[in-house]
Design a protein around this ligand. Structure first.
Ligand code: NIG
Length: 406
């Protein structure tokens, strides 16, 4: 593995802690101007060029940043990237005012993607997935969680987990697999029956998934079913995360905390009492503002969560029904303009705190000893990302010390 020296950086910016909460979410470490030296995929030095060059012990590839800023690679901690088909036919219904639940009741929604995914050959899912991952990487995502959940039976859930593993071998974005057999209740089954089926799948997904997730929501999986699945998943050695308080508030946050979940995601309907409980825990509060934009409903209360001290994370929730967006730079802009998160808070929520949500403390910041995953931007300051929004400010992507884009 070669080493890399990046010079002529206007500012190298990252969070100061993993995780960061409260005021720490506004504390950035900024080296300006700066250089970065990475060897064997690990950052060796960041700071003034003269000091960094003293650490260089070999003959590195030299990259001139041309006066651009450098930030850590984005970590997308919530996606459903492996699915068959598209749902653009639902798009006009949504524009006309149909709700997520009405579309599902009319035969659209998650179940229509389940049917398309079951029909798709693994090779097809790999090809489409590679395209999505290329786009995510070009926009700066260097680590991504991907959930199964469009199979719902053993054969198809395993097929999706195997596709995720193959995607991990075929391209540079580091992938974190999550088993989500409890994403929806298949037609003709009850939530209790699907719960038993998901529990029976757990021994088969051991070693293929790192996390287990459940859609805890009326019409999907209630508190009792969610508790039973999470308890069995924990016994099977999986770590936990949860979809909660998306369409209604039903106690999912308290359950996630009781079960020791690493992250509780969505939270559009979180109550003031739950905000306090979450802020008092080490569970990440993962917010998905792309969904609020796309489904045209209220944004989660990011300001209150941060001000109370929660570990706030931002992610894309890339999926065919509620957010066809892989561009975390746009999520950054939505966090600032729609949820009033500061630019520093948003950067940390997409990097250091997102790394926490995936239990990857060795990524998400620019610091000696951490993995060399970083982005070289086309402008001297990172704040251009949310300010000049809608495009792509990433010129070069470095993953594990290697240039993978640019
Ligand atoms: O997070 N809430 C559940 N899952 C996705 C939607 C998936 C779909 O509609 O296909 C979400 O919004």
């Amino acid at each position: 593995m070669s080493s890399l020296l990046v010079v002529n950086i206007a500012q190298a910016v990252s969070g100061s802690a993993t995780p960061a909460r409260g005021r720490k979410m506004r504390e950035l470490v900024i080296h300006a101007p700066a250089a970065i030296y990475a060897r064997e995929g690990v950052i060796q030095a960041v700071g003034p060029r003269e000091l960094v060059e003293k650490e260089v012990s070999d003959d590195p590839v030299v990259l001139d940043a041309g006066g651009g800023a450098v930030i850590p690679g984005f970590v997308d901690s919530h996606t459903h990237l492996v699915f068959g088909g598209q749902r653009e036919d639902e798009f006009d219904l949504k524009i006309a005012g149909a709700s997520y639940q009405e579309i599902a009741a009319a035969g659209g929604g998650i179940i229509s993607t389940v049917e398309a995914t079951r029909r798709a050959a693994p090779s097809e899912l790999v090809e489409t997935g590679l395209g999505y991952l290329r786009s995510a990487l070009a926009h700066g995502t260097t680590t991504m969680e991907i959930k199964s959940g469009y199979g719902l039976d053993l054969e198809n859930e395993l097929k999706i987990l195997e596709v995720i593993a193959e995607l991990g071998r075929r391209q540079p974005v580091e992938l974190v697999p999550t088993f989500m057999g409890a994403h929806a209740v298949p037609p003709g089954m009850s939530a209790q029956e699907q719960t038993q089926r998901v529990i029976a799948m757990l021994p088969h997904v051991q070693g293929k998934a790192e996390y287990c997730d459940v859609f805890c929501e009326g019409g999907y999986f209630g508190l009792d079913e969610t508790r039973a699945i999470l308890a069995a998943a924990r016994r099977a050695g999986l770590k936990l995360r949860l979809h909660a308080d998306q369409l209604s508030s039903n106690g999912g946050v308290q359950l996630a905390l009781n079960m020791g979940a690493r992250s509780v995601d969505h939270l559009e309907q979180i109550t003031p009492a739950e905000i306090i409980q979450l802020a008092d825990s080490s569970c990440a509060a993962t917010l998905l503002p792309g969904v609020s934009l796309f489904l045209h409903y209220g944004y989660p209360p990011a300001r209150r969560l941060i001000d109370e001290g929660a570990i706030v994370v931002l992610a894309s929730n890339f999926n065919p029904g509620s957010c066809m967006c892989l561009n975390l730079q746009l999520i950054f802009a939505l966090a600032c303009t729609q949820m009033r998160m500061t630019t520093a808070e948003s950067l940390i929520a997409l990097t250091a705190n997102a790394a926490w949500a995936l239990d990857r403390p060795h990524i998400g910041r620019l610091e000696p000893g951490l993995q060399a995953d970083f982005l070289l931007l086309d402008s001297p300051g990172y704040r251009m990302i949310p300010y000049f929004f809608g495009g792509n400010h990433v010129k070069v992507v470095v993953k594990k010390g290697e240039v993978v884009v640019g």
